[in-house]
Design a binder for this molecule. Structure first.
Ligand code: HEM
Length: 520
């Protein structure tokens, strides 16, 4: 049977050709989206849009967005529109527009717009992904777990984990063996977050093959299938993703974390265990509906309140504390040590501050001592400027929005990509942006640049809830290393150091290796 001509082969060719022409017409029409709206765009290509280099793993996602930022900026545009495949992303360039989106007009841009499915993928129902009133309610519930009082209460756990760190650095110095600092600090923060969020002694500093470390690494491994999933998530509408039942959490990772959390919850509830950690506060939220300043996980009548967290909700929040807490802080410390090894004068100045402050605190790591280290704060801020762990941030427009000082209307459903790395390396805001200079964060320099040009923790109501904890964890790790050891770059480090195009956070492709010398 034939359809169009008398020849089935010709029919097939005609159908395929019509289909291809249809796709090309659709892509072409789609790629004129920003021009039709009056937003400047660049030179998107069919199929890849503006992301050819990223899709072919020639650069990281952050670098790709920085390149686009630089192009818009060099043409004097305050904003621009780009395409991942056929999907349009709005990119604000002017910090004033960034401020409107993240803060002033937050009600239009409340959500990150990440694809997630609480039912098919229970660990994905966490604070970072939640939307609208579900996000708001969860944020209100979790905020009391991150106050300075609560974090101070957990300080000793952080300080205790530095013993294992010191042992590794000592052995590295003794044996003149270069330290794989990214791996060591990944194990350090895994031990801290594992203990504080899950109440589990992970021992990954002592045993690099510990299960928590193994699964922690698995979460951030991006294989070919994960890469395809990321591109699908960036390029396809949510309705299609839901139809495909796309699941982001790997099954072995899900099983491991769900079991670990279930076991801890059961053990603590059965034996009335109290520990000064996030898990205790999450258990209070599960059984009482709110965080209270006491050692109990249930109220006096053992009543479970209606608005309490379910076990799945608790698990997803513990998982995001782990996910968001260990890799961000360990990469921050890794980059800081890389820069300190390259800039010995800055390392010396920081060590002087550490010694001076600790001498006033009996040479002990205390919460108060950490709060006194102002140069340390500048060093970490500068590290987060050059190497923001999340180099872009997203927001989804949830009601039509008129861009300030224009008549351009962003449609509901548009994704906004805030080009964090682009802003952080813009010479208009940071003189000599390639130079690692903690004085970029002197009081005078901070005052002289506009707001919303330093965004490693995001900003507005959706700002990182673990900011204080992340800063403290990084300060403690750097103090523990630098007070006893001098670090220099090992020739085992591959130069030039490049960013890993496969990772969605800012990390060195081939690791960073340091030579370590014990100080008297
Ligand atoms: C140096 C360390 C860290 C960095 C650079 C960092 C960065 C960020 C960024 C950029 C965001 C998105 C903010 C936005 O969209 O405006 C975020 C959100 C978040 N972070 Fe962090 N983070 C760090 C440490 C931590 C720690 C230690 C925890 C928990 C223990 C944590 C938990 C979270 C959570 C739960 C969110 C979602 C907040 C929400 O959507 O309401 N982070 N973080």
């Amino acid at each position: 049977m034939t359809l169009i001509t008398n020849n089935i082969t010709l029919d097939l060719v005609a159908i395929i050709a019509t289909f291809l022409v249809g796709i090309i017409v659709y892509f072409k029409w789609q790629l004129s989206y920003w021009d039709r709206l009056g937003v400047p765009s660049l030179n998107p290509t069919l199929v890849f849009g503006d992301f050819k280099n990223y899709i072919f793993a020639k650069c990281s996602l952050g670098e790709q967005f920085k390149e686009l930022y630089d192009q818009f900026k060099s043409k004097g545009y305050k904003h621009g529109g780009v395409f991942v495949g056929p999907k349009p992303f709005y990119v604000p360039i002017d910090p004033e527009i960034v401020q409107h989106i993240m803060q002033k007009d937050f009600h239009h841009f409340m959500n990150h717009g990440n694809y997630f499915d609480e039912n098919a993928d229970p660990l994905s129902g966490h604070l970072f992904n939640l939307e609208d009133s579900k996000w708001k309610n969860m944020r209100v519930k979790l905020t009391p777990t991150f106050t300075s009082g609560k974090i101070k209460m957990m300080f000793q756990t952080l300080a205790d984990c530095t013993r294992g760190l010191d042992e590794i650095m000592y052995n590295s110095a003794l044996n003149h063996a270069p330290a794989d600092i990214k791996d060591i600090l990944g194990r350090f923060t895994t031990d801290i977050i594992g203990s504080i969020a899950f109440g589990i002694e992970c021992n990954s500093l002592k045993n690099p093959d510990a299960e928590f470390r193994k699964y922690g690494r698995r979460v951030f491994e991006v294989g070919i299938i994960d890469r395809i999933k990321i591109i699908c998530i960036l390029a396809l509408p949510d309705s299609v993703l839901r139809l495909l039942k796309l699941k982001f959490t790997k099954s072995d990772v899900e099983n491991f974390f769900m079991n670990a959390i279930r076991d801890t919850v059961n053990y603590r509830e059965k034996n009335n265990i109290y520990r000064k950690d996030f898990m205790h506060l999450l258990l209070q939220l599960k059984n009482r509906g709110s965080v209270t300043d006491d050692e109990k996980v249930t109220d006096d009548k053992d009543n479970v309140k209606e608005k309490a967290l379910t076990l799945n909700e608790l698990s997803a929040q513990a998982f995001v504390f782990f996910l968001a807490g260990f890799e961000t802080s360990s990469t921050t410390m890794t980059w800081a040590l890389y820069e300190l090894a390259t800039n010995q004068d800055v390392q010396e100045k920081l060590r002087n501050e550490i010694n001076n402050v600790l001498s006033r605190h009996d040479n002990k790591l205390t919460y108060e001592a950490m709060m006194e280290m102002t140069y340390m704060e500048k060093v970490i801020h500068e590290t987060l400027r050059k190497y923001p762990p999340l180099p872009i941030l997203t927001r989804k427009c949830n009601k039509d929005y008129t861009i300030p000082n224009t008549c351009i209307k962003l449609r509901r459903g548009t994704t906004v990509a805030i080009p964090v790395l682009g802003l952080h390396t813009d010479p208009e805001y940071y003189s000599n942006p390639e130079k690692f200079d903690p004085e970029h964060f002197s009081e005078e320099n901070v005052k002289s640049r506009p707001g919303f040009t330093w965004l490693p923790f995001g900003d507005g109501p959706r700002i990182c809830i673990g900011l204080r904890f992340g800063m403290l964890q990084s300060k403690v790790g750097l103090t523990a290393i630098l007070k006893n050891y001098k670090v220099t770059l090992s020739n085992k480090t591959k130069f030039p150091v490049t960013l890993d195009p496969k990772s969605f956070i800012t990390t060195a492709k081939d690791g960073i290796w340091l030579d370590v010398k014990k100080l008297d």
